[in-house]
Design a protein around this ligand. Structure first.
Ligand SMILES: [Mg+2]
Length: 324
């Protein structure tokens, strides 16, 4: 079998991977896909590349790689308050390994169907393992959430817990050892199978003044939201939400440091004007939507972490892809 035929087989492999959608006029198989976005809505587009050895361990389970490749894009659309709809996949593989492809398609397909995302096109190339996913979605005209809408005095909120995925990756890399197997399993899953906050993002439209997803580390990403809005952020160290598993694994102090600087959690960090916080909490009950206040936007240019009124010092503010 020539390698060309093998790669053609892969493409057929992905033709029924995602959800079936009525607004896909033409999906995989032609030169390009034909899609019908809803009338009156803005098209929202995001793209993300995962490189083996940079964004995931090269020997990571293929199901996890497939899940994460889509999850990181779903998280970006969640941060815009958008509803995901169509995905395109560019897959670069050293060789067409059927077992790997089956696992990858299972992980990608399960998450795609859970969010009603159709896989409408793709490309496969031979080369070092690398996955690019482009995700398209839509949002009612002019109602998308942005990073730039926050004002000094706005309350800063965060969904879920952070730091878990960073600990999960440390475990995966053998840089953290843990006797508590249940905690280890939970933390590993947070890295391998992140749950993007798509439903929360959509519900935040009309409530949040600004929003960003936490992919590179809370402190750095909150600072990006602040910078885009022309303000600074203040985060209260003691208010950082950390999971029981992370607390058991590394203790309260290190857990909160991981919460600030670890990446890959894909939670949402958002601001709400003080006069509208009550309305938010009424519309989105915390017990159901799982978020908490972690700080405040301030009339300054930097991001600070405070503990009992004192500003803490940090050597770096998150994972920088180009720093090492
Ligand atoms: Mg993002």
């Amino acid at each position: 079998m020539t390698s060309l035929t093998e790669f053609a087989l892969i493409e057929r492999y992905f033709s029924h991977c995602g959800a079936e959608r009525r607004d896909v006029e033409l999906g995989v198989g032609d030169d390009a896909a034909l899609l019908r976005p809803p009338v009156g809505e803005d098209l929202v587009a995001a793209i993300d590349t995962l490189v083996a050895g940079v964004h995931f361990p090269p020997d990571a389970a293929p199901g996890s790689i497939g899940h994460r490749a889509l999850a990181v894009n779903l998280s970006d659309l969640a941060a815009m308050g958008a509803r995901p709809a169509w995905a395109l996949l560019a897959l670069t593989l050293p060789k067409p390994d059927e077992l790997w492809l089956e696992g990858f398609a299972l992980g990608f397909g399960a998450l795609a169907r859970a969010h009603d995302v159709a896989l409408v096109g793709g490309d496969t190339t031979k080369g070092p393992l690398c996955i690019t996913v482009q995700l398209l979605g839509h949002v009612p005209h002019s109602s998308a959430l942005r990073r730039s809408g926050a004002r000094p005095g706005d309350a800063l909120f965060l969904s879920g817990t952070v730091g878990d995925a960073a600990a999960g990756l440390l475990l995966e890399q053998g840089r953290l050892a843990l006797e508590d197997m249940a905690a280890a399993k939970e933390l590993r899953a947070r890295f391998a199978f992140p749950i993007p906050r798509v439903a929360l993002g959509e519900r935040l439209r009309g409530h949040a003044s600004a929003c960003i997803d936490v992919s590179d580390g809370l402190l750095g990403d909150a600072a990006k939201l602040g910078a885009a809005s022309g303000c600074g952020v203040q985060i209260e160290f003691e208010e950082l939400p950390v999971s029981p598993a992370l607390l058991r694994a590394v203790g309260a102090e290190r857990a909160r440091h991981l919460a600030l600087t670890g990446g890959d959690d894909y939670e949402l960090c958002f601001s709400v004007p003080p006069a509208r916080v009550e309305e938010l909490e009424r519309a989105l009950p915390r017990e159901r939507w799982d978020y908490r206040r972690i700080g405040t936007l301030r009339d300054a240019a930097d991001a600070v972490v405070t503990r009992g009124g004192t500003v803490m010092q940090f050597s770096h503010s998150g994972f920088d892809h180009f720093s090492s």
